[in-house]
Design a protein around this ligand. Sequence first.
Ligand SMILES: Nc1ncnc2c1ncn2[C@@H]1O[C@H](COP(=O)(O)OP(=O)(O)O)[C@@H](O)[C@H]1O
Ligand SMILES: O=C(CO)[C@H](O)[C@H](O)COP(=O)(O)O
Length: 487
Amino acid sequence: MPGGDQELGSYYVGVDVGTGSVRAALVDQRGTLLAFADQPINQWEPQFNHHEQSSEDIWAACCIVTKKVVQGIDLNQIRGLGFDATCSLVVLDKQFRPLPVNHEGDSHRNIIMWLDHRAVSQVHRINETKHSVLQYVGGVMSVEMQAPKLLWLKENLRETCWDKAGHFFDLPDFLSWKATGVTARSLCSLVCKWTYSAEKGWDDSFWKMVGLEDLVADNYSKIGNQVLPPGTSLGNGLTPEAAKDLGLPAGIAVAASLIDAHAGGLGVIGADVRGHGLACEGQPVTSRLAIICGTSSCHMGISKNPIFVPGVWGPYFSAMVPGFWLNEGGQSVTGKLIDHMVQGHAAFPELQAKATARCQSIYAYLNSHLDLIKKAQPVGFLTVDLHVWPDFHGNRSPLADLTLKGMVTGLKLSQDLDDLAILYLATVQAIAFGTRLIIEAMESAGHSISTLFLCGGLGKNPLFVQMHADITGGNGKNEQSWESCVS
Ligand SMILES: Nc1ncnc2c1ncn2[C@@H]1O[C@H](COP(=O)(O)OP(=O)(O)O)[C@@H](O)[C@H]1O
Ligand SMILES: O=C(CO)[C@H](O)[C@H](O)COP(=O)(O)O
């Protein structure tokens, strides 16, 4: 993106595509937020563990939010546009038209979402190869990455999808292509989800060994043979067609994209904490762990030298902060798990009615309800008999076991609002203990982490943040120096 011409009165637009919604922000040259808009996006689950979206639906949502945030400003002062998105797999044919990723042949649903677990048999076979690229994803490839999903398409939708496919994009790269017509991929997505090495490029032997040799044969043109660092200005900027869709002038600089968690991580890990009296002031950036907490949680820690952490993705070179190695721990469902537990409880209609009557979010209501029922005890004591194991969608890190399931122990016959509030608390605590396990694994391998920086939808929940501070702070650390900062 342009750096030298940041004169006063310049605007920048950032578009963030999460799992459940698309958000746009308008910022000035100092990064001050001037306008914000969001728009929900559709998801389909045609069968258990199959999760699909539509690239046309997502692009339409990007257009709605972008038009909203630039309303009323001088469009000629917009200097740049950038996208981040979930690491979902977008499939297009040779003419760049959507292709179906489902047995129903519905080409509108042309995205296999990141949390889709259909490719279980494929990922087992990939892991059985013990190929050396697996060292760079924590030793075990996740079913949520792109190679098993590509293999699933080849083995299950050969005629309707695989043979017709011209382009497989990570969603962030699809968006930058849609905006500019440039098919170059971001180093961020290819390194983190596609086994590309920032130093050595593609490894032909991996793709041949797993049965995807056809991708090598055409010199990786379908998955990316031009790779650019995130933030690089693409082609001639915004095309006239995309400009019309987005309500922006053609030619604006468009940056090579980032995965959503990596954009969040980049945004908070370098936060300027001076002047707040925090113990982390003056500590190296490598002592920080950014946790991006939305539908899932992603734990982003950086180091100067590669650190191999069993069960934690990476080390990935320059995939988030240029020149640094990244390790990415994760919990596949966190916000989604909390929503699932709360919305599935018998007392949920009562909760909704009471929260609405007070004009509060259900989580603000639950947090104040916990304050009422905890009486004089610390909130943690409410769950001495109730425990949740949070791996309802498998364990991403550090156990790297997609077969794990969730569990609740200590249930009683009562199903009132108190029970719902305590089950919600136990779920939040279980997620925070999951984060603690990830930190312990990273520290055993050589990281030294002393501060958590949280962002994402769950960062709005003070209980979630407090539990992370309390539960990870007991990790043999001096609790005085353990902080969590929320952005
Ligand atoms: N005001 C709020 N208070 C508490 N939790 C919230 C609030 N808003 C959103 N959340 C939680 O955040 C999650 C969504 O976060 P978000 O960052 O929007 O997700 P994504 O980027 O995956 O679409 C929801 O699942 C919900 O649990
Ligand atoms: O795998 C990931 C990043 O590497 C993310 O979990 C995935 O992209 C979904 O993110 P979110 O929970 O913010 O929607």
